[in-house]
Design a protein around this ligand. Structure first.
Ligand SMILES: Cc1cc2nc3c(=O)[nH]c(=O)nc-3n(C[C@H](O)[C@H](O)[C@H](O)COP(=O)(O)OP(=O)(O)OC[C@H]3O[C@@H](n4cnc5c(N)ncnc54)[C@H](O)[C@@H]3O)c2cc1C
Length: 417
């Protein structure tokens, strides 16, 4: 039996992505109906839709239940940067879980980017998917040795990376940094279009959706059958439940996972009129500082920049209260690219979750059979959602992929942090 779930404000401000789709497809609520499925996914964001898509396409009769609108949660606050490199460097992860496990995890992230490329290609009209390289810059001289160590480990294990010196950076950008790793094979995407596109593709493969359906209780009977009940009295009976509920509810997950919730800030500019020749191959840019600043260009010549995370979960409400943070982001952008002066068009603050050991929470509930989690905490949330959907599908089929123990909810690395 689960606790009553909270409905949290996940973001405040004006989001850009919903403006990029004219009209999204909507799905009916469950209402007071009683239905039966093999699997039910709770949550219609990036994680839930990908999970539902993978399960339905694998012949598992599945429903996705969303208390609001599809892609209306943290997914719509996402900045669409898709990288195999994680907030936690592979070399740091190796110290934590061993080098072979760290390499396996990074390789899985790389495969997830490839899976995104594959899925994006299936969506009519496109999802602004574009291959990009990233510049992962040392924020200070002190961070240089650890970044260099990271480069050497990535290179040794066959990841497509380069090392750039300050003069190389200076020759390609209007700024320099003490050093940088260039990672190839990353990507950018419009997460909102992607989730809606995948939802439509999944619906065509038999996935059922219930929007505006709030699951308020979860009972398990002696034979392992799960019954989910909605606030309107409808119910869904199934053998497998997948929680893809994002950064809520704490009541449930607080008992299972060790995570911290912060708030982050992002802005999108108006389309820039200045030339992008100063921005080498439109690399996506981030850095070693924690919290880090990240920025990328967009299809219509806008720039999105985010960061300045604060250790408070609730997003800052009111444009005036966010002003200092948004001004600071804008200033950091124009310091790096003095010609990029198009004004701010959209700005928001959003809750952002991170696990204590830098890894997502994916897999079986350690205590409840037939219950799974796809909680992609961390800056690579989309990559984790892509990783989770196939892992969970394999687990439902009775398999235990090697990666499972690294991201499991009861993994040893969580007890040592
Ligand atoms: C500012 C910001 C920038 C980011 N940038 C990036 C980025 O560039 N790249 C990247 O990979 N990741 C990024 N992320 C992370 C990414 O947004 C998340 O990993 C992703 O949105 C998580 O998707 P989700 O489906 O798990 O959560 P959500 O999108 O929040 O979906 C969960 C859904 O579950 C629903 N739900 C919860 N409880 C119930 C219930 N009881 N019944 C029914 N429905 C329920 C909610 O309504 C919600 O819609 C960013 C996050 C933020 C905040």
């Amino acid at each position: 039996m689960i606790d009553r779930m909270s409905r949290k404000t996940l973001y405040t401000g004006s989001l850009y992505w919903p403006t990029t789709i004219g009209k999204v497809k909507s799905y009916p609520p469950l209402g007071s109906q009683h239905e039966q499925f093999e699997a039910v996914v709770i949550g219609g964001g990036m994680s839930g839709i990908l999970c539902g898509h993978t399960l339905a396409c694998s012949g598992i009769r599945t429903a996705v239940v969303e208390r609001g609108d599809i892609a209306g949660g943290s997914t719509s606050a996402n900045t669409g940067i898709i990288q195999f490199s994680n907030d936690m460097m592979m070399s740091e992860l190796a110290d934590q879980i061993g080098e072979s496990n760290a390499v396996m995890f990074y390789a899985a992230c790389k495969h997830a980017v490839e899976y995104l490329a594959l899925l994006s290609g299936k969506i009519p009209g496109g999802v602004d998917f574009k291959r990009r390289s990233s510049l992962y810059a040392a924020s200070s001289e002190q961070d240089l040795p650890k970044l260099r160590r990271e480069y050497e480990m990535l290179h040794r294990h066959g990841f497509d990376v380069e090392w750039w010196t300050p003069s190389m950076i200076r020759s390609k950008f209007p700024f320099t940094k003490p050093g940088a790793i260039i990672t190839h094979g990353d990507a950018e995407v419009n997460p909102y279009r992607f989730v809606h596109g995948i939802a439509e593709d999944a619906a065509a493969s038999g996935l059922t959706f219930y929007e505006h359906t709030d699951i308020t209780s979860h009972e398990t009977s002696g034979d392992g059958t799960h019954q989910l009940t909605s606030s309107e009295g409808g119910s869904l009976t199934c053998s497998n439940v997948i929680y893809a509920v994002g950064y809520e509810p704490e009541e449930l997950r607080g008992q299972l996972i060790k995570a911290r919730l912060n708030r982050s800030f992002a802005l999108v500019t108006e389309p820039q009129t200045a030339s992008f020749d100063v921005w080498h191959e439109r690399f996506m840019i981030w850095e070693t500082a924690r919290p880090y600043l990240y920025l990328r260009t967009m299809k219509d010549n806008r720039i999105v920049i985010g960061g300045l995370d604060e250790e408070t979960p609730a997003p800052l409400a009111g444009v005036h209260s966010r002003k200092d943070r948004i001004d600071e982001l804008y200033q950091r952008l124009t310091e790096m690219f003095p010609t990029m002066t198009a004004p701010v068009a959209y700005e928001w603050s959003a809750t952002f979750g991170e696990s204590r050991d830098g890894l997502p929470f994916i897999g079986r509930d350690p205590a409840r059979s037939g219950v799974y989690y796809s909680l992609g905490y961390g800056g690579n949330g989309t990559v984790y959602s892509l990783m989770a959907c196939r892992l969970i599908r394999d687990m439902i089929r009775g398999e235990t992929p090697p990666l499972a123990s690294i991201v499991a909810l009861d993994r040893p690395s969580l007890t040592t942090v």
